[in-house]
Design a protein around this ligand. Structure first.
Ligand SMILES: [Zn+2]
Ligand SMILES: [Zn+2]
Length: 283
């Protein structure tokens, strides 16, 4: 049943921000009249002038992405031999991922978002699952960066790190993205891991948040920050720890995605298409 006051409507959706159950009448709509998995209160909290209409540059990138046959985001290349000494479970976690062999003899295992999501979706179940979910999320995020295992190990050496990760994933499911962000992303928050900035904690939230009838948390990093500044004049710094700023970005993406007829995660792929794809080429 719908959670809104005095409503006995049938639940068809949940607010992505606060996890409230919603009937069709209580789903927020974009200015163009498209429904979102957002309640009216969160719409009021996070709507902005820039969320009202699909930005011209995003529409241009979207048209180009559709013309190319809607390609998925490039998978992220990792070197198993770089990660295995620190994390012996890595070969098992990456079993089944495609491997690309370059002419210089180096091999790269390709992690795509679906594979990382399959592990992220288990993070709420146990501390071990949460540990693996964070590990794959960081491998996906660091890609070829040689310092990835060192940084990731530092996160995981935080006292009770696997339990904190599990609790963040549980909080996201039970209370929504905003409470999870507030407890997990900012410095000195209860569940934060040492050295884990929000450009990377939002990657965890992305992989934790594949929940039916809700929108996913999206990555907020310097690429997104620069896109917003360059194309809309909106200044939200990469690495923001401010839940309202993050919520405003998410609300805008949910609204733009609804008006483009895409999921927010595909719209994120479109936005990231702004960066030349060569960046992800492993060889
Ligand atoms: Zn809400
Ligand atoms: Zn209702």
């Amino acid at each position: 049943m719908c959670d809104e006051t005095n409503c006995s409507g049938i639940k068809i959706s949940e607010c992505s921000f606060c996890a409230k159950s919603l009937c069709s009448a209580h789903k927020a709509m974009t200015a163009a009249g498209n429904a979102m998995h957002v309640c009216h209160k969160c719409q009021l909290n996070f709507t902005t002038a820039f969320s009202q209409f699909v930005p011209r540059q995003l529409a241009v990138q979207h048209a180009s992405w559709v013309a190319q046959g809607r390609p998925p985001q490039f998978a992220s290349p990792v070197d198993i031999n770089l990660w295995s000494p620190t994390f012996p479970t890595v070969p098992a976690l990456l079993a089944g991922c495609p491997v690309i062999r370059c002419s210089n003899g180096r091999s790269w295992t390709m992690i795509d978002r679906d594979h990382a999501t399959s592990l992220g979706s288990l993070a709420h179940l146990s501390p071990n699952n949460a540990f693996d979910a964070h590990l794959i999320s960081m491998m996906w995020g660091f890609g070829k960066a040689g310092f990835g295992p060192f940084r990731t190990n530092n996160h995981l050496l935080t006292m009770n790190a696997p339990i904190s990760l599990q609790l963040a994933a549980q909080l996201l499911r039970s209370q929504g993205i905003i409470p999870a962000f507030k407890e997990f992303a900012p410095r000195h928050s209860r569940l934060r891991l040492d050295g884990l900035g929000s450009a990377f904690s939002t990657k965890d939230l992305f992989f934790f948040s594949d929940v039916p009838n809700r929108h996913r948390a999206l990555v907020f990093d310097s690429i997104v920050s620069k896109w917003l500044a360059a194309n809309l004049g909106v200044l939200i710094k990469g690495g923001t720890e401010n839940a309202t700023e993050y919520g405003r970005y998410l609300y805008a993406m949910y609204s733009w995605a609804a008006d483009l007829g895409e999921t927010p995660e595909d719209t994120e792929v479109v936005l990231f298409g702004w960066v030349p794809n060569a960046r992800w080429s492993p060889c």
